[in-house]
Design a protein around this ligand. Structure first.
Ligand SMILES: [Fe+2]
Ligand SMILES: [Fe+2]
Length: 239
């Protein structure tokens, strides 16, 4: 698997993997790249190039783990990126999956039991994932920002975060990852064949896209953010 470099043209990244588009949008980069390279665009937009490359390569290759010198950027950048990803789920992916499911439902005549069951499963999943994201936004990220602040400015960690550690958060991704796979599986195996094929496929594709983005998101949280925060915690303890 190739690793993208700063000298690669941005257009090449999108030809290699079109699903990188929403990822680069989170950096404020939009279509119309012309012949510009990753380095040139990062320069133009004031983006940390190492951070950009870490994110696109992690997305593109699930076995990719950045070299330690690539991890020189601040965890603040990761949190900002993750927050934008959360908004993308609420503002685009959830509504998109729902629009497509409603379209399949609109073509349903008769009992539609299988679809109602899928809708119920989806709603429960959405509730669970939303809770997980809320916990990150309300507890985990504020804790991490406090740790960074303590480390950067040599100030004590605020009282309300005392006794917390990265490991104390019950941030299990296995559960949310498994459930979106189950949702996909139910549609593939048990959706009644009486609906419009193209509407069903479009609905399924949107779940695939959601799953791909979600797995990547969880990898960034576990393999990059968590690693960096644990390192900061150690330095603070020894400091
Ligand atoms: Fe998250
Ligand atoms: Fe998460």
């Amino acid at each position: 698997m190739v690793h993208f470099k700063g000298s690669d043209k941005l257009a090449k990244l999108i030809h290699a993997n079109q699903f990188l588009l929403p990822v680069i949008n989170r950096f404020g980069i939009r279509l119309g790249f012309k012949e510009r390279t990753v380095s040139q665009i990062c320069d133009e937009f004031g983006i940390d190039e190492n951070f950009f490359l870490t994110i696109v390569n992690t997305y593109n290759n699930e076995d990719y783990f950045p070299e330690s010198d690539l991890l020189s950027f601040s965890p603040r950048l990761i949190i900002d990126y993750l927050r934008k990803t959360h908004s993308y789920y609420f503002n685009y992916l959830f509504p998109e999956v729902e629009r497509r499911l409603e379209r399949v439902l609109a073509g349903c005549e008769g009992s539609c039991d299988d679809l109602q069951l899928i809708k119920k499963f989806y709603n429960k999943y959405k509730e669970e994932l939303s809770k997980h994201i809320e916990e990150e936004e309300d507890k985990v990220f504020p804790y991490i920002l406090a740790i960074i602040d303590a480390w950067e400015n040599k100030v004590p960690v605020p009282e309300k975060f005392k006794g917390y550690s990265m490991q104390s958060f019950e941030q299990e991704h296995t559960n949310v990852d498994q459930k979106i796979y189950d949702l996909k599986n139910i549609v593939i195996k048990y959706l009644n064949a009486s609906y419009d094929d193209n509407d069903c496929n479009a609905f399924l594709y949107s779940i695939f896209q959601f799953e791909k983005d979600l797995l990547d998101h969880a990898r960034i949280e576990d393999k990059i953010l968590e690693v960096k925060v644990i390192e900061l915690e150690k330095q603070l303890k020894n400091g």
